[in-house]
Design a protein around this ligand. Sequence first.
Ligand code: FMN
Length: 175
Amino acid sequence: MKVLVSYATSEGHTRKIARTLADRIADSGHMVELLHIDDADDIDLDRFDRVIVAASVHAGHYQRAVSEFAAKHAAQLGAKPSLFLSVSLAAAGHDAEDWRGLDKILADFQDATGWTPGRVEQIAGAYMPSQYDVFRRFVMRRILAQKDPEADLDQDKEYTDWPALDALIAEWLGA
Ligand SMILES: Cc1cc2nc3c(=O)[nH]c(=O)nc-3n(C[C@H](O)[C@H](O)[C@H](O)COP(=O)(O)O)c2cc1C
């Protein structure tokens, strides 16, 4: 089986997730191509048996390039098994309003692109002050202080459950 793993990232964490998935897919004996979404624009999806798209949430949206990719390739994407990973800090918590927000972001994405992924997983992302500019650091410190009062606001912190991600990809490949 040949799998495309395409991703968009703003601070680099979704790239790490996508690389991890690509490694696991290769370790499982499958062929895999890992591409930033910008490099996947003109790709021939017929070359792949399955497709994974990973994107992160910023101010209530996925990266524009992901929406453009999904809209452009909606018909081909819809015709094969696909997995969409939505990476966010909201998914690191249990706030019902946050989770309703994630549902809405996903619904808007599906409406706008015409692509309904075969499977969607909400993945907890990371807090990465080392990657933020002054404004983002200010905003994100305030948000994180509320969500995770025990966090050191000066340190990067990953909330991704890596063993759960391994289990997810193993299950998806076997399905
Ligand atoms: C400026 C900014 C805005 C963000 N907005 C949201 C948001 O609206 N909802 C959310 O759940 N997470 C939000 N996040 C958290 C990111 O989704 C999270 O840090 C994710 O791991 C980023 O992945 P990336 O490094 O691949 O871009 C935001 C982060 C930043 C820096």
